[in-house]
Every structure is written in structure tokens, then in C-alpha cells.
Design a protein around this ligand. Structure first.
Ligand code: GDP
Length: 306
């Protein structure tokens, strides 16, 4: 919890600057609601989530006959928790060996770093992990994965494991899954390319990867994990839509929450996908191995309005 509080410092300070005057000894009136609205929108909460939060807040204020803004902080934590709760569905990897996780996202969002952190997370839970360097277009990404692999003593299957082959990401991942089956590995983390030269091409390529994964194991991938960068704000929402249409996203990781004042984007996602809320599996709150945490709505809401 402390780590998450610390990670959300920027968003909290940004909100705090605007909220500090609100949460103490003031009358709860229209002016106050308006200031609150501005603060939420500045943190990239988006218009839908902001409206919903304010509506719930008003309802609670009426119901409990609150008249002092002192009590508003707790109420705000409660209504945000309520809004975010549908996103809180932790990733369960039991039931499949190997459990195949396909990791998608545009370049720069923190995909490679997240794979390293995930490997560390699963290992710390006693699982064996294998990495598939499926981003064959970025030599740097493969190098980076190998470094992660070495540091964590994890096998990384890359194109170079089989230099005779052409740079076909689907083939690398197919080989990796077969290697994992042979070695009885628990979890396969499959990296995919994320360059956005033409979105159509990228989507076709990752769809092909998904099909090829299913050829190795019929019900795989067991998780399609989309990595989003909190700094991109509302853009993260459009990325989710695009990848979901192409691929069927089953889980999200929101990275770089520590480096942004836009932590409200998580609420924006909750409000815009009310019918089928995505599962926010993890949040990234720093660059270190340990800075990936399972998402917890209450913890997040309390850290944000602290
Ligand atoms: P990729 O292009 O998507 O594979 O992105 P990288 O994994 O190479 O990450 C890009 C940059 O973001 C690197 O400098 C990472 O250290 C940084 N990064 C990734 N996740 C986080 C995070 O949760 N917090 C912070 N502060 N930096 C992160």
C-alpha cells in the first residue's frame, strides 16, 4: 500500500493541489462540486467517469445529510472504489500448464519492462517462466528481454535460438510454447511487436500470432494482456478499443502511474466500458522489478485521495 501511495504521488499532488481547499470545513455547495469536477478532469478522469463520480457523491451527500466537506474525502474514496471495483479481477494462472500470456501494446508503453516484472512476479510465486521474444522487429527489445532473462535465470526463446529461421514472430512464439511444453514450464510470456507504422498491418500480424499460438495449444492464449501507458491519458482508451476489436483483450496493465498526474485514466476506462469492463490485472508504479502490483480498487482510491 505504501508503495502504491508513493507511486501515485504525482496524481495525488496534482489532485491534492486542487482539492486541498475542498476537503476541510467548507460548505458542500455548487461551487465545491464545480471545483471538484475541474480537478477530476485535470487528472484525465474523463467526462463520463467525472459525471458518474459527482452523481454518486451528490447522492451520498443527500442520503447521509452531509454538510461539511470534511467528510467528503472518505465519500469520494468510496464512490471511486465503487466505480473501479468491476476492473478488479486478478489474473489466475492455474488450470493450464503452460499458461500462455500474449502481451500486446504499442512501442514505448513499457511492454518489455512489464514482461520482466511479470516474470519476477510469477517466479516469486513459485512458478517457472519462459519468455518468447516475439518482437522480432526490434533488436533492442530482444536484447532487453535477454538481459531480463539472464538476471532472473529464465530461458528466453528468440529468433537467434534458431538462426536458420526467418524473422517470423509467430514462429518464435510457436517454438517457445513447444519448448515450454517439453520443459513443463508453468507460464509463457510472449512479447509481440508494437510499432504503429500502419495500425492495420500491426493488427493483422498480432492476429496471426494469436492464431499460431492456438495451433500450439488449442485454448491458448489463456490471457491477452494489453499494456497501456497512463501518461497517454485518453489515448490509452482508444488503444484499448483498437486492440480489443482486433484481438479480444482479456486483461490490462496500466504502467507509469508513478510518472504521471493522469492516474484518473483508470476511472475513465471503468466508466467507458461499463458493459464489459476490462480486467485491470496490474498497475506499474515504478521502473524496478517490484514495481508491478495487482490492481486493488480500494487501495487505489485511498491512495489517490489521501
Ligand atoms: P516498450 O517499448 O513498450 O517495450 O517499453 P519499455 O519497456 O522499453 O519501457 C519504456 C520506458 O518506460 C523505460 O524507460 C522503462 O523503464 C519505463 N517504464 C516502464 N514501466 C514503467 C513504470 O511503471 N514506471 C516508470 N516510471 N517507468 C516505467
Amino acid at each position: 500500500t505504501d508503495k502504491i501511495r508513493q507511486g501515485l504521488t504525482r496524481t495525488r499532488q496534482q489532485l491534492g493541489k486542487q482539492l486541498s481547499g475542498l476537503f476541510g470545513g467548507r460548505k458542500i455547495d455548487e461551487d465545491l462540486y464545480e471545483e471538484l469536477e475541474t480537478a477530476l478532469l485535470t487528472a484525465d478522469t474523463g467526462i463520463e467517469a467525472t459525471n458518474r463520480l459527482l452523481e454518486s457523491l451528490r447522492t451520498r451527500v443527500r442520503r447521509d445529510a452531509l454538510d461539511d466537506s470534511e467528510q467528503l474525502k472518505t465519500v469520494l474514496q468510496d464512490v471511486l472504489t465503487e466505480l473501479l471495483q468491476p476492473l478488479e479481477r486478478p489474473l489466475v494462472t492455474t488450470g493450464h500448464t503452460p499458461f500462455v500470456i500474449m502481451i500486446a501494446g504499442v512501442n514505448g508503453v513499457g511492454k518489455t519492462t512489464t514482461i520482466g516484472k511479470l516474470a519476477h512476479y510469477f517466479q516469486s510465486q513459485g512458478h517457472s517462466v519462459l519468455l518468447a521474444a516475439g518482437d522480432t522487429f526490434r533488436a533492442a527489445a530482444q536484447e532487453q528481454l535477454k538481459v531480463w532473462g539472464e538476471r532472473n535465470q529464465i530461458t528466453v526463446i528468440s529468433q537467434e535460438s534458431d538462426p536458420g529461421k526467418k524473422s517470423d514472430p509467430a514462429a518464435v512464439i510457436f517454438d517457445a510454447i513447444n519448448a515450454a511444453i517439453a520443459r513443463k514450464i508453468d507460464i509463457v510470456l510472449a512479447d509481440t511487436a508494437g510499432r504503429l507504422t500502419t495500425q492495420l498491418h500491426l493488427m493483422e500480424e498480432i492476429r496471426k500470432i494469436k492464431r499460431v499460438i492456438a495451433k500450439a495449444i488449442p485454448d491458448a492464449p489463456h490471457e491477452v494482456l494489453l499494456v497501456l501507458d497512463a501518461n497517454t491519458g485518453q489515448n490509452a482508451v482508444s488503444q484499448l478499443k483498437a486492440f480489443n476489436d482486433a484481438l479480444g483483450v482479456t486483461g490490462l496493465v496500466m504502467t507509469k502511474l508513478d510518472g504521471t498526474a493522469r492516474g484518473g485514466v483508470i476511472a475513465a476506462i471503468a466508466a467507458q466500458f461499463t458493459d464489459t469492463p476490462p480486467a485491470l490485472r496490474f498497475i506499474g508504479v515504478g521502473e524496478g522489478l517490484d514495481d508491478l502490483r495487482p490492481f486493488n480498487a480500494r487501495e487505489f482510491a485511498e491512495a489517490l485521495f489521501d
